[in-house]
Design a binder for this molecule. Sequence first.
Ligand SMILES: Cc1cc2nc3c(=O)[nH]c(=O)nc-3n(C[C@H](O)[C@H](O)[C@H](O)COP(=O)(O)OP(=O)(O)OC[C@H]3O[C@@H](n4cnc5c(N)ncnc54)[C@H](O)[C@@H]3O)c2cc1C
Length: 439
Amino acid sequence: MTDLNQAAFQKHMGVTVEQMEIDTLVVGAGQAGVAMSEHLSKLGVPHLVLERNRIAEAWRTGRWDSLVANGPAWHDRFPGLEFEGLDPDAFAPKEQVAAYFEAYAKKFDAPIRTGVEVKSVVRNSDRPGFTIETSEGVIQARRVVSATGPFQRPVIPPIAPKDDRLMQIHSAQYRNPEQMPEGAVLVVGAGSSGVQIADELMRAGRKVYLSVGPHDRPPRAYRNRDFCWWLGVLGEWDAEAARPGKEHVTIAVSGARGGKTVDFRELAQEGMTLVGLTKSFNDGVVTFQADLAENLARGDENYLSLLDAADAYIARNGLDLPEEPEARKTFPEPECVANPILDLDLAEAGVTSIIWATGYSVDFSWLQVNAFDANGKPKHQRGVSSEPGVYFLGLPWLSRRGSTFIWGVWHDAKHIADHIATQRKYLAYRDAAQRQAED
Ligand SMILES: Cc1cc2nc3c(=O)[nH]c(=O)nc-3n(C[C@H](O)[C@H](O)[C@H](O)COP(=O)(O)OP(=O)(O)OC[C@H]3O[C@@H](n4cnc5c(N)ncnc54)[C@H](O)[C@@H]3O)c2cc1C
């Protein structure tokens, strides 16, 4: 436990985990847990946050070395604190993001206890609330908020070949180019992680094949406004669900190298070989779908639709922002798009490693309550689950597109804290007879 957490824990609790009863237990102290704690504190709800590692651990050890935030510092933060010593338009390096959340927690003396894992949560049958087993003892809580993150278990699809000659890692394990064996690299997945990793490897002199699926590709900035601003004013962050057919569409953006628009044709011009969706592996040969041109065209459509919507917004609101016609220029069609590779013999191409930038799943095996559907998906409305007293925070599309992002989770946490405080008020109500008896 850090000094900060030790002090906060003792001040707020005065007891150890082994003998604790608490109103609300928050599991996880990433940005979601910290936001939750702030709102509960403001509403006077007694609570404790348990974190198995350190505050904002995902930003410390769960990301590659050079990662910076995808959004500028003015945007990717909580309302109550700015990034110290950082230009508001700059992209915070991951260590600074972790330090930010630690400082934020300190600001309001968050009752966070680190180094304690929650092993199981079970509803009590003989009294209200839940019994929570932790690595340091048992807790009783009336309510439990799961803030364990949207990206917990790295997912590698079953098509991954069993081939000892290849080093294969998930993007969660990627750190830097030096970690990779000599030779060409196949990066599967071209969302924000895949495209940034592929770009870094190419700039380090590696031959890179990037497998590109369906994606959205907003401009990094347009007419002097970052795409985070555009998504905000155009209501896109607040969208309540992915548009039909777009459920599995990833978003390719990057704050790397000062923040540049992800342009796959430009990357190809610089030497990257683009391929379509990865289909299968057979005897050292990988097969790709013939969908590269279509995926790029859809990405372009998304890019151009944002420019159109931005232009319309500027006109409608009479804003004085400089025109940017060059944003509509496209790079010439690269050879790898015109004549796509559909089969690649990995050994012949010198590919010695594969990075699977194929996303994450969640793991709620510790939460043994009636808050999941038949497929194990959390059942909830804006984070308020179907099991009274259990809440989810930080999940993709919990209330809207912004729910997994730094600023978005803060607003979802506020809603959940309000719900908890309201329930507590109902419970505190006393009818006339009770009031008289208490007087
Ligand atoms: C590569 C990458 C880059 C991203 N970049 C940005 C960005 O630039 N801007 C942005 O807004 N968002 C970004 N995100 C999305 C999101 O902000 C992060 O994923 C963020 O870490 C999510 O915060 P969280 O608090 O919900 O979850 P996490 O940060 O994952 O925190 C959950 C915490 O719960 C703890 N925990 C889990 N299970 C238990 C348990 N049983 N007991 C105790 N503790 C437990 C974990 O140790 C962890 O610390 C990025 C995501 C990825 C993968």
